[in-house]
Design a protein around this ligand. Structure first.
Ligand SMILES: Cc1cc2nc3c(=O)[nH]c(=O)nc-3n(C[C@H](O)[C@H](O)[C@H](O)COP(=O)(O)OP(=O)(O)OC[C@H]3O[C@@H](n4cnc5c(N)ncnc54)[C@H](O)[C@@H]3O)c2cc1C
Length: 408
């Protein structure tokens, strides 16, 4: 009897989407059914949803990252540390920095990149929350500025001015962490708290667009109470090495700042469009079974995929929640294809709610449909959501190792 060749499944990216696809596949497929390889540029998975905490320095980056080999079953899934350079879907090939691989089925889960909308100087001078390396740099940069302040003969106030671009979900979560961290830094570096400015600039007419106005008001009040200055309806026009230039109506202002963190926009990984997939800001409008239009052997999930919410005729915002749910559907569909079936599942998002943290001890959000939560209750819920993901990924031992177990 001739042994049939096992199909090669390549998973690109070990983020929420990619890693959860691998974990689901290792549970659902037998060793002799497929070769599964997951490729990632680092040998760890990081939780993007905690990156703002690493940037502010309220948690250490090692709590945010998890070695990939700790969660995959290595005789079922092979891990390859490499960087994807290009995908050639017509040749079923992936070009890596150090290798060239072919596949029968491909899963693209390469995540997000910052989107700067062409604003002058942002790419060159602003800092971005995008990876462990970038947030470690932000934390060190802020500490350096605080240390430098008392070491220079001329006290430059801009060293103590931090600007956050964007009052969306990521910007607000980052401000919550910074608001808690600044008093600690002031104590550590002998700085008067009143000297420190923490400014949020948002071009839209409100913070947290899309959130219920009562929740927005709560978040802004809580953050203003901790000394954050909001400039809403104000656009960043330019970022220089030492300042930002903002404009509201006709009024243009230059704010001197040594730290500018851009948290106002993300797009899908640019490798996707460079590889010839039709994409809008790096996001491909996938078929209902999560395959790329015209490429039946390619699944695209997470922040590189675009799915329309038919109720409002707009795309679902890219979230970890959706990436994890996509991973389940994608794994089920891969199992079906490997077993020669063609009844693929449709991806139907099940939005369980959104909780936005305002530091480790405060939060607000909506859960179970319409229930609004504020303060400690919301903060506990946020930690339960975070721990639930760890549970799905690596069970109790991972929750105990990396989870947020301090609920107050
Ligand atoms: C600060 C912050 C807070 C957030 N909070 C929430 C929240 O509370 N709830 C929520 O649901 N969502 C939240 N999000 C959004 C969420 O993090 C993303 O939607 C989610 O990470 C997308 O998952 P993904 O699998 O598509 O990609 P990612 O998790 O970004 O993973 C992509 C992976 O691909 C790897 N990679 C990238 N390029 C290459 C390459 N060329 N070669 C090899 N590997 C590569 C990366 O290293 C990474 O491991 C937040 C995002 C941020 C930044």
């Amino acid at each position: 009897m001739i042994a049939l060749k096992k199909p090669e499944i390549l998973i690109l990216g070990a983020g929420y989407g990619g890693l959860m696809t691998a974990v689901n596949l290792q549970k659902k497929l037998g060793v002799d059914e497929a070769h599964i390889t997951i490729i990632n540029k680092h040998d760890y998975h990081y939780q993007s949803t905690w990156l703002h905490e690493g940037a502010a320095g309220t948690i250490h980056q090692d709590q945010i990252r998890i070695p990939i080999k700790d969660v995959i079953t290595q005789h079922k899934v092979k891990f390859l540390k490499d960087t994807v350079i290009e995908i050639r879907p017509n040749e079923k090939q992936v070009i890596l920095e150090n290798n060239k691989l072919t596949y029968d089925y491909l899963v693209i889960g390469l995540g997000f990149e910052p989107e700067t909308f062409g604003i002058k100087g942002l790419k060159e001078h602003a800092l971005f929350i995008r990876s462990i390396n970038s947030v470690r740099f932000i934390r060190e940069h802020i500490e350096y500025c605080f240390a430098a302040y008392n070491n220079e003969s001329e006290k430059r106030d801009e060293l103590l001015t931090i600007v956050v671009g964007g009052a969306g979900f990521t910007g607000i979560e980052l401000l919550g962490e910074l608001a808690n961290r600044i008093p600690e830094l002031c104590r550590e570096f002998d700085i008067d708290r009143r000297k420190v400015r923490l400014i949020c600039v948002e071009a839209a007419p409100t913070a947290l667009p899309g959130f219920n106005p009562a929740l927005v008001e709560y978040a802004m009040n809580q953050l203003e109470r901790k000394g954050i200055e909001f400039k809403i309806g104000t656009a960043i026009k330019e970022c220089t090495e030492t300042s930002i230039i903002v404009a509201k109506d006709e009024n243009v202002e230059e704010i001197k700042a040594a730290t500018v963190i851009w948290a106002a926009g993300v797009r899908g990984n640019s490798i996707v469009e460079k590889s010839g997939f039709e994409a809008m800001r790096g996001r491909v409008k996938v078929n209902s079974d999560l395959r790329a239009p015209g490429y039946d052997h390619v699944f695209i999930i997470g922040d590189c995929a675009l799915v329309i919410n038919e109720e409002i005729d707009r795309p679902y915002p890219p979230t970890a929640q959706i990436a994890i749910q996509m991973a389940e559907t994608c794994a089920d569909n891969l199992v079906a294809l490997v077993r020669g079936k063609d009844n693929l599942k449709e991806f139907v998002p099940d939005i369980k709610g959104t909780v936005c943290s305002l530091g480790h001890d405060d939060a607000m959000g909506v859960v179970f449909g319409e229930k609004q939560l504020y303060g400690a209750q919301a903060s506990i819920m946020k930690k339960v959501i975070d721990n639930r993901y760890l549970w799905k990924l690596g069970g109790l031992s991972l929750v105990l190792k990396k989870g947020k177990l301090n609920f107050f």
